[in-house]
Write a protein that binds this ligand. Structure first.
Ligand code: FAD
Length: 317
């Protein structure tokens, strides 16, 4: 097998990808993992993880990723940086796939594990694009420290937004959670922590209509959905957590996805195309947690091992 030919290529270096990498390399499959440094693993955007089993207290997101990477490297996983642009079938009989990255590097494999996760959705309001990086952020861990003693708004009412609001209270003097409903979707434990934090206030039944500012964010226009009124709210930053969209552009024309691009798999992480597996947050209709991504990665690698064994003609059953 030449340098650019592998048995398995894993796309994505998050918990799903690295877990798949550990199992695939331990199964003695020649495995490459490709990860992009432009779209970070969501784990890198997470400060403290308190709910990943086996770590009483907590563990930092980047530490967990470093541990996974170290463990995978120990078993011989090859890791390359690159943003995968597309994959294509180059030999239908042998079922061989080519993976091509944005900088035109090309690798081939008999099997692919798509584990490229998801990224934050934009609100799509006026001023959002223009002020991105100038007060508009999608990552409190990355940008929180710029808002020391400032007032920020956090948009969204789910787990991620409340977790991020709590994180921002380390820096900001006031954190205002803007939510379109009059109650949160976040898990009960997070809700309780948020409600008892003096720095957090809630703006219910409201959506952000526009983000305003010259060089940095200065104001947001809030529409109250119940009163149908619009008010100005002065703040220095807006952190947006209104859901996610899957990083599946490179594979959408090949495997079956739902209407919004999340990949459909069975319980063994098979997609509708034999030899292509999907694991982690990019799957349709799944829970999106570190522990579930790890489980998916392991399952995908085990299924992939069986697939490759069948190709080699030495499957144990
Ligand atoms: C702010 C925040 C806080 C969170 N807190 C928690 C928590 O406390 N507990 C918990 O269980 N979960 C938490 N989550 C969710 C958890 O981080 C995800 O469920 C988990 O990271 C999903 O893992 P994944 O491997 O599927 O994808 P990701 O971690 O998103 O990794 C995707 C990988 O794919 C790569 N990639 C993407 N596109 C391409 C491409 N085209 N080519 C090559 N590589 C590509 C990226 O570089 C990355 O390496 C949090 C998420 C966020 C955003």
């Amino acid at each position: 097998m030449s340098d650019n030919n592998y048995e398995v290529i894993i796309i994505g270096g998050g918990p799903a990808g690295y877990s798949a990498g550990i199992y695939a390399t331990r199964a003695m499959l020649k495995t490459l993992l490709i990860e992009s440094c432009t779209v970070l693993s969501q784990l890198m955007l997470t400060d403290l993880i308190e709910n990943y089993p086996g770590f009483p207290g907590n563990i930092k997101g980047y530490e967990l990723i470093e541990n996974l990477k170290k463990q995978a490297r120990y078993f011989g996983l090859e890791i390359k940086e690159g943003f995968v642009e597309y994959i294509e079938c180059i030999n239908a009989t042998d079922r061989k796939w080519r993976v091509v990255t944005q900088n035109k590097a090309s690798y081939t494999a008999y099997s692919i594990i798509a584990a490229s996760g998801a990224k934050a959705k934009m609100l799509g309001v006026k001023g959002e694009k223009e002020l991105r990086g100038k007060g508009v952020s999608y990552c409190a861990v990355c940008d929180g420290a710029f808002f020391r003693n400032k007032t920020v708004a956090v948009v969204g009412g789910g787990d991620t937004s409340i977790q991020e609001a709590l994180f921002l209270t380390r820096y900001a003097s006031k954190v205002n959670v803007v939510h379109r409903r009059n109650r949160l979707r976040a898990e009960q434990f997070l809700q309780e922590q948020a409600f008892k934090n003096d720095k957090i206030e809630f703006i219910w039944d409201s959506i952000v209509q526009e983000i305003e500012g010259t060089d940095t964010v200065e104001n947001i226009k809030l529409k109250n959905l119940k009163k149908d009124s619009v008010t100005d709210f002065n703040c220095d930053g807006v952190f947006i957590f209104v859901g996610f969209t899957p990083n599946t552009e490179y594979v959408r024309r090949i495997v079956k996805t739902d209407d919004t691009g999340w990949i459909i798999t069975d319980g063994k992480m098979n997609t509708n195309v034999s030899g292509i597996f999907a694991a982690g947050d990019l799957r349709s209709n799944t829970y999106r947690q570190i522990a579930t991504a790890v489980g998916d990665g392991v399952t995908a690698a085990l299924s992939c091992e069986k697939y490759i064994s069948r190709m080699r003609g030495n499957e144990y059953v």
